[in-house]
Design a protein around this ligand. Sequence first.
Ligand code: SF4
Length: 304
Amino acid sequence: MANSDAALLEKIESLKKRRNAIFLVHNYQLGEVQDIADFTGDSLELSQKAAKTNADVIVFCGVQFMAETASILCPDKIVLLPDMHAGCPMADMITAERLREKKKEHPRAKVVCYVNSSAEVKAESDVCCTSANAVRIVEKLTGTEEIIFVPDQYLGNYVSSQTGREMILWPGYCPSHVRIQPQDITRLKAEYPQAKVVVHPECRPEVTALANAVLSTGGMIRFARETDAEEIIIGTEIGILHRLRKENPGKKFIPASEQAICPTMKLITLENVLWSLENMVHQVKIPEIIRLRAKAAVDKMLEG
Ligand code: SF4
């Protein structure tokens, strides 16, 4: 490690102690950011961690909606997002206003909202879900014929195929996951015939159809630990490879596509984590009137 890197890490560590901060880091973050994490995980694991922390400051190394979820759950804590431009293009594909219009068209429908959405959209929803629990959440929704699922059409489509429930799907998608093509998987399966294929449910159905397992990133971490397979083809954002390789040095992880990169996830760097803690910016805070309604949808998910 270069001296400048060591000095930077030392500054971050000492400021973190002084501020009584915790670093929550998503599995898609840059490797060096994952390495300073108190906890690395998927959206569900990170929200559970945020809900329980005793820290005064949560530095969220992820994207806007994740920091918002932490703030929804912990209104008394300071939640920092080190780069205010770290948004999620999929979350931006729906607004609260457009969702209200859709609800008017289907007044009896329940709204299931993927956690990759703004606090305002969550506030218009009945229950949230993540890719780890979406199937279970929809299975538990009884007493309603109609379900509106927002904003990811591919996760919604996957949940529909697993639960047998037809849903009204919002036409959103993740620009990083749709870059993974079925031909990427077939080519890699021919090259690594012994490999197992795991993909994220944000992938297109033609891709999930070719997988041995369809899992959230947290599910992929567990799968990699437990499988006897020595070669695993990974169909999700390539940031996860850092953790998979670190935790499983004896196994080979092959990205389904090198193109599956989320540019906004990569905006968080060690430098802006330090800057964020020094200046206590950018603070993510949700207006109370929205927060309480969004929290009801998030709580309903966490109860399940
Ligand atoms: S990987 Fe896709 S869904 Fe996740 S933050 Fe990036 S754009 Fe959003």
